[in-house]
Design a protein around this ligand. Structure first.
Ligand code: ADP
Length: 546
């Protein structure tokens, strides 16, 4: 017997419609690509999104067609988020930081019909255009006065195209399982693969982000959207923000620490999220400006994910900024939130140090995501905080496969998605990442976590950033190599670092060698690029001095 409840599909258009109805004048503040601050609101973005939907028809975009964007976090991109998906087409957010050859591959693979781009990418678009076989029009996301002078076929002006459309539009109602947006994983190995989100997965993921035990997104907040809208839909925040009617602050292309700081200060931002590299940049800004008091910003909550967090980062946010630190773990394939780390009531009596120890873990299960860890034989391992194995996840916002069947069937026999991460899960359900399966160092039949070693090294005051990779070893198969960027003006030797680590990790984990470099390579999503490091140190022979 079916229940007698109304069968309304969960559609992305309902999010912006709700925001425009119940939070029409809640502000959206944007540091525009052109430079000045633009102030708009949900009512205006909703009207713009409806015009975008009309423009889709004018451009000949049919339901299911892919619409590419090469764009920063702005009001125009936000209107595309709701307008393109709301009309039934698929918004394909392309990461402009990828190599041009990867962008070419991705746009062709997705068969994007049109490409919206910010003017900062005009030279890139001009270079790529001849190879983008499916793209019929290129739309510069600006006004007439700022149109780039580039030679591409069918170059249109966003403001002109959209201004000409009617604001009268009834959002179509269709199956909630319809594809809504597409995002390619950066593909550190092999070709990038497309993760295809649905309206249903996006709305359920947004609901989860609004619950108090996760990010608790609510209308009392002001959110600085520091995660790019081309990274797993900015962690789903534009949708959750509309669902809750949150004041949004968008930095555009101006992701430098000074601009982020000024936006936080001027717009009274209460919550923001980003990968650790962004927060490191903000810390460096405060280091260079000792006259500024981070507490005066009034930040209440800082979210972090995407890469391991140094303990010192949590300490600094909580101690110097007075902000509550929340870590999340996930990946493009998990929309991206898989687990989120908040404390439980029983932790209230713990010391600050112990609480930070718990916040170092990646997080606990949220409703909607089932978790398991399995050994090499695929058998489940206990949730005792000690056994570690491959982390597999299942739920309504977890990918079931890749766009156009790339990579074949990816789920295990129980329908779980293998994440490629190695983790422990403790009795309270906290997941702790040991490593990515391909980064773990296999030494004498045992595993060494490169993440744990990096965290331990980062705790040294002279270390700005640390990376650990495995180097071949005749006896132990692999041994860890520690690669360090020193903090400007600080000095530390390899043997001092090794002594420091000896107090923090077991002896056989100690790095075979320590190398100092000026900078470390990062991926397009700001993570350590271990493949590049492995190339750089191929054939490296450890010095015996350490
Ligand atoms: P890729 O890095 O392959 O481009 P994603 O951006 O989707 O893909 O990154 C997902 C990966 O990032 C996860 O599989 C995990 O290894 C890492 N990651 C995500 N969150 C965390 C976290 N809180 N701590 C450590 N690593 C994390």
């Amino acid at each position: 017997m079916f229940g007698l409840m109304q069968d309304r599909p969960l559609l992305i258009s309902s999010l912006i419609e709700h925001a425009a109805t119940f939070h029409p004048h809640t502000e959206i503040v944007v540091r525009s690509v052109e430079g000045p601050i633009v102030r708009t609101d949900y009512d205006a973005v909703h009207r713009r999104a409806k015009q975008v939907a009309h423009a889709m028809a004018q451009l000949g975009i049919a339901p299911g067609d892919r619409v590419g964007t090469l764009a920063w976090n702005t009001h125009r991109h936000l209107a595309l988020y709701f307008g393109v998906s709301g009309a039934g087409a698929v918004l394909h957010t392309v990461n402009p930081r990828l190599f041009p050859e990867q962008i070419d591959y991705i746009v062709n693979h997705a068969e994007d019909q049109v490409l919206f781009f910010d003017t900062s990418f005009a030279p890139l678009v001009e270079k790529l255009a001849p190879g983008l076989r499916s793209v019929r029009a290129f739309i510069a996301m600006t006004d007439r006065a700022h149109m780039p002078a580039i030679d591409v076929p069918n170059l249109l002006c966003f403001d002109e195209l959209i201004d000409a459309q009617s604001e009268d539009y009834d959002w179509p109602v269709f199956d909630e399982r319809t594809a809504s947006s597409l995002c390619y994983t950066s593909g550190t190995t092999g070709n990038p693969k497309g993760v295809l989100y649905s309206h249903r997965s996006t709305v359920l993921h947004s609901l989860m982000e609004c619950t108090p035990d996760t990010f608790g997104v609510n209308s009392g907040m002001t959110l600085l959207l520091a995660v790019p809208m081309f990274h797993a839909n900015a962690w789903g925040m534009p949708y959750a923000a509309a669902m809750a009617g949150v004041k949004l602050v968008m930095p555009g292309p101006h992701l430098d620490a000074q601009n982020l700081y000024e936006l936080m200060r001027d717009e009274k931002v209460s919550i923001s999220q980003a990968v650790p590299t962004v927060w490191l940049m903000l810390f460096q800004y405060f280091d260079a400006h000792p006259e500024l008091d981070p507490r005066a910003l009034g930040l209440k909550r800082i979210g972090l994910g995407g890469a391991a967090t140094p303990r010192s980062m949590i300490e600094r946010f909580e101690r110097d900024f007075g902000a509550d630190f929340v870590q999340g773990w996930g990946m493009t394939e998990t929309s991206p939130i898989g687990v989120i780390g908040n404390l439980l009531p029983k932790h209230a009596a713990l010391s600050e140090d112990e609480k930070i120890g718990i916040k170092m873990k990646q997080g606990r299960g949220v409703w909607g995501v089932a978790l398991k860890i399995v050994g090499e034989d695929g058998r489940r391992l206990p949730h005792d905080g000690k056994a570690f194995g491959h982390l597999h996840v299942r739920g309504p916002w977890i990918a079931s496969g890749y766009f156009r069947g790339e990579g074949g069937g990816v789920l295990d026999a129980e329908g779980f998605f293998p994440t490629g991460d190695v983790a422990t899960i403790d009795a309270d359900g906290y997941v702790q990442l040991v490593d990515r399966a391909k980064d773990v160092i296999k030494s004498g039949g045992e595993w060494i976590s490169s993440i744990d070693l990096e965290n331990a090294a980062s705790a040294h005051p002279a270390v700005a950033e640390a990376a650990v990779i495995g180097i071949p070893h005749p006896k132990w198969t692999e041994r860890p190599l520690l690669i360090v960027v020193k903090r400007p003006g600080s000095e530390v030797t390899a043997s001092q670092l090794r002594d420091f680590l000896a107090q923090r990790v077991v002896k056989w984990w100690l790095p075979e060698d320590v190398v100092f470099v000026d900078s470390l390579p990062h991926t397009a999503t700001g993570k350590l690029l271990k493949t590049r490091l492995r190339e750089m140190f191929k054939g490296y022979v450890a010095a015996k001095s350490v």
